[in-house]
Design a protein around this ligand. Structure first.
Ligand SMILES: *Cc1c(COP(=O)(O)O)cnc(C)c1O
Length: 391
């Protein structure tokens, strides 16, 4: 077992060796060095063929058409383009959006950017389990609502929203639905047609692909167009100008192809690890599960530990690469806003740990992690005057 044990797959995943090999090949072969927009010569056409192959592979994972996939620099850019681009393009129809307090910062900050420029935003608050009922989305719609933006699988808790039911509601009210699927792609089944999703954000590095590349699905018939955020050449249907990074995009395509092939096996693998982790951690008094017990994806387990100080807990887990809800470890300097939105008090939001696992994770690593946490908590509680019940 390699130390520290990597249990932070929700933050980023290692690049699959097959993906790395393909990317290396792209970078190393002179024949593929051309600009994929240089269709006047054979080298350009070879590069373009690789890009188009990747576009089809990405589309296939979510049941989209290849022409509906725009390559971007990652899910952050896809979220920005979906939220701001749609709002700007549909401005004359209305200036109201619906989203949630538990969204990724890429959606939250895009909405705040719009709010500062006159758009109205309804911020849905999830229930204590992190769920947002489709009926709550419907109740938030107004005559001038143009977009609902909600994530499929939450990156902190792993909770799964019923995007299909939300999609049906949005269609009924003729409102567009954007879904951030950075965590769910390759882990849960996504079908943009069956789930009636109009825009979908994807990231390569959350799914064993390279960092710095992602995609946005844009439904050809329902959306047709969004306002671009960047201006330049006409690449990616003019929505995302700039030379397409052949090796990055090819790597993403291969990663998504592998993910499609392995989805059922991998879902089962991570679910078994998660259940083993939770069974092991439950021996600790004062441990709480964050997020709905049943409606969640298998690759994330988020817990809070009552009666220990979050920062001390996090720093006593040096043998593990995990994420923490404590303010000191986040860029935002506040205790996890997602757990706060679920109604967790500051102390419990601070003492949360997010474990996330994937393809290479093993039962031995999970058992090691349980041992680390049990030992750290026992040690901290041996000095701590705070009672477990006090939280
Ligand atoms: C990681 C993540 C993002 C950002 O993706 P990048 O490709 O790193 O920009 C957006 N949304 C969710 C839910 C994520 O987990």
């Amino acid at each position: 077992m390699q130390l520290p044990v990597y249990l932070d797959y929700a933050a980023s995943t290692p690049v699959d060796p097959a993906v790395a090999a393909l990317m290396n090949d792209c970078l190393g072969r002179r024949a593929l060095a051309a600009n994929p927009a240089a269709l006047g010569h054979a080298a350009g056409r070879a590069a373009q063929a690789l890009v188009e192959k990747a576009r089809a592979q990405v589309a296939a994972l979510v049941n989209a058409q290849p022409a509906e996939i725009i390559f971007t620099s990652g899910a952050t850019e896809s979220d920005n383009l979906a939220v701001i681009g749609t709002a700007q393009f549909r401005e004359t129809r209305g200036r109201h959006l619906v989203t949630a307090l538990t969204e990724h910062k890429a959606v939250i900050e895009s909405c705040r950017h719009l709010a500062a420029r006159g758009w109205r935003i309804t911020w849905l608050r999830p229930d204590a389990d992190g769920l947002i009922a489709p009926a709550a989305v419907e109740a938030a719609l107004e005559p001038d609502t143009v977009l609902v933006s909600l994530m499929h699988v939450n990156n902190e808790t792993g909770v799964i929203l019923d995007v299909g039911a939300i999609g049906a509601i949005c269609r009924r009210h003729d409102v567009l639905l954007h879904v951030d699927a950075a965590q769910s792609a390759g882990r849960e089944v996504i079908d943009v047609r069956a789930q009636q999703i109009d825009l979908l954000s994807l990231s390569a590095h959350k799914l064993y692909g390279p960092k710095g590349v992602g995609a946005l699905f844009i439904d050809q018939e329902r959306v047709r167009r969004v306002a671009p955020l960047l201006f330049g050449g006409g690449q990616e249907r003019g929505l995302r100008p700039g030379t397409v990074a052949t090796h990055q995009v090819a790597g993403m395509g291969e990663a998504f192809r592998l993910a499609a092939e392995r989805l059922p096996d991998e879902a089962q693998h991570v679910r078994a690890l998660r259940d083993r982790l939770w069974a092991g951690l439950q021996q600790l008094p004062g441990i709480l599960l964050n997020g709905h017990v049943g409606q969640r994806s298998g690759h994330i387990l988020n817990v809070s530990v009552a009666g220990v100080e979050g920062e001390s807990l996090f720093y006593s887990l040096g043998g593990l690469c995990v994420a923490s809800g404590s303010a000191c470890t986040s860029l935002s300097n506040e205790a996890s806003p997602v757990l706060r939105a679920l109604g967790r008090p500051v102390a419990l939001a601070q003492s949360s740990i997010r474990f996330s696992f994937g393809r290479a994770s093993t039962a031995a690593e999970i058992d090691f992690a349980v041992g680390c946490v049990v030992q750290a908590v026992a040690h901290l509680r041996s000095f701590s005057p705070v009672s477990v019940a006090g939280g």
